[in-house]
Design a protein around this ligand. Structure first.
Ligand code: ADP
Length: 211
C-alpha cells in the first residue's frame, strides 16, 4: 500500500502506521523521526531543522523534499509506504505528486484521521517518547513498566521538546493553517478516505475504501 496519513499531531498516525506495517510489509516513513534523528546526530540537516522543530514550526519545503526524494527511491519502498507527517503543505503535496509521476508511482489513498481538538491536546500533553528508539508511551493510558525507561530498548522515555503547552498550541495552529488544506487537495484528486476515530478496527474498516 502507498498511503498518506493525514491528521493533526497526536491523531495517531504513527500508531496506525506501525500496525499497517506489520500487516503488509510496507515501511513507515516519518519525516519527524528522520529529522529528530538528524538533530540527535548533529548532522548538517539536523542543524538546519532544529530551531523550527523546537518551536513547533515547519522546516522548509526544500529541506523536506530533499529528504523525501532520496527516501522514496530506497529499496525498501518497493512493497509500499505509509507517509507519516508528510506532506504538510500544499507545496509539498504538489512536489510529491510530481515526484511520484516521475517515478511512475500511484498513491492508494490519503487517510485522514479526523480527531477532535480536545482529544488531541489531552493526548499530546500526556505523551512520552523513547529518546533512543522512538517508542511512544502515554503516562495515563500506556506508561512504561518502569517509569522513565523504555520497555523495548531501555532508553530514556522523555517528553519531547515540542510537547510543552506553548509548542503544542503552535503545532495545532500550524496544522490548521498549513496542513488542513491538504484534505481538500486529496479529496479533489479522489484519494481522500476519512475516519473519525483512531481505533484500529475503525481505521481498518475505512481503509477498505482505499482504491
Ligand atoms: P507531530 O507529532 O507534530 O506530527 P512530527 O514528529 O511529525 O510531529 O514532526 C515534528 C516536527 O518536525 C514538526 O513540528 C516540524 O517542525 C518538523 N516536520 C516534520 N515533518 C515535516 C514536514 N513534512 N514539513 C515540515 N516540517 C516537518
Amino acid at each position: 500500500m502507498k498511503i498518506i496519513l493525514l491528521g493533526p499531531p497526536g491523531a495517531g498516525k504513527g500508531t496506525i502506521a506501525k500496525i499497517l506495517m506489520q500487516q503488509d510489509g510496507s515501511v513507515q516513513i516519518s519525516t519527524g523521526d528522520i529529522l529528530r534523528a538528524a538533530v540527535a546526530a548533529g548532522t548538517e540537516l539536523g542543524k538546519q531543522a532544529e530551531a523550527a522543530m523546537k518551536a513547533g514550526d515547519l522546516v522548509t519545503d526544500e529541506l523536506i523534499m530533499g529528504i523525501m526524494e532520496e527516501r522514496l527511491q530506497q529499496e525498501d519502498c518497493q512493497k509500499g509506504y505509509l507517509l507519516d507527517g508528510f506532506p504538510r503543505t500544499i507545496a509539498q503535496a504538489e512536489a510529491l505528486k510530481q515526484l511520484l509521476d516521475k517515478l511512475g508511482e500511484k498513491l492508494d489513498c490519503a487517510l485522514q484521521l479526523d480527531i477532535p481538538r480536545d482529544v488531541i491536546i489531552d493526548r499530546l500533553t500526556t505523551r512520552r517518547t523513547c529518546s533512543k528508539c522512538g517508542e511512544i508511551y502515554n503516562i495515563k493510558s500506556k506508561p512504561p513498566k518502569v517509569e522513565g525507561i523504555c520497555d523495548v530498548c531501555g532508553g530514556d522515555v522523555l517528553q519531547r521538546d515540542d510537547e510543552t503547552e506553548a509548542a503544542i498550541e503552535n503545532r495545532l495552529q500550524v496544522y490548521n493553517q498549513q496542513t488542513a488544506p491538504l484534505v481538500d487537495f486529496y479529496r479533489d484528486l479522489g484519494l481522500l478516505v476519512s475516519v473519525q476515530s483512531s481505533a484500529t478496527e475503525e481505521v481498518m474498516e475505512a481503509l477498505k475504501n482505499c482504491r
